[in-house]
Design a protein around this ligand. Sequence first.
Ligand code: GDP
Length: 197
Amino acid sequence: VSFNSARFLISASRLDECPPDDGVEIAFAGRSNAGKSSAINCITGHGKLARTSKTPGRTRLINFFSLNREHCRLVDLPGYGYAKVSRNMKEDWQEHLGHYLNDRRCLRGLVLVMDIRHPLTEFDRMMVDWCEHNQVPLTILVTKADKLKFGQAKTTMLTIAKELKQQQFVENLVMFSATTKRGLDETRDILSQWFEP
Ligand code: GDP
């Protein structure tokens, strides 16, 4: 597949608004502000495919992007923990995302985006556990690596790898930066393989 071919397809606020559950989907999850939109924009080579400036109303939507191969889609899941959402909206969000994650048969793998300065938040651990439990392949992008000195970034990666090995499985752990494009080729390779039949 060519990631540069990504085009906005549809936004869904409920499961029954999603495209038909066929083909292959790769979904992106992350805490709000982790750098998920920037990562998606970087991978697809689009400046603004996933909006980098958010409004509260948009955070709840699941956004689908089609690729050049039929029925291959990238999915931008709502960011978790938007600062201004109320408790109710959080519950809403969890239920909403839960439906997608639990019911979507064409979900081939999950890309979890986390900020290298705030790795493995409670939400991240929940997603890792969920992937392990449901045997969904997981790639973790540890992004904004450019915010740390390389040595520091390396040490953080090792710490994360160690923590994950003790408790859970994870298929790929990539040091990433949307700013410098570090890890971009590796990430595209991983996702391309997931799209192979
Ligand atoms: P999202 O809420 O997870 O979609 O996060 P965004 O992609 O909107 O990014 C949140 C903030 O972090 C924005 O100000 C981005 O410009 C910034 N950001 C995202 N990725 C990077 C990165 O790789 N390096 C740096 N330095 N800043 C980044």
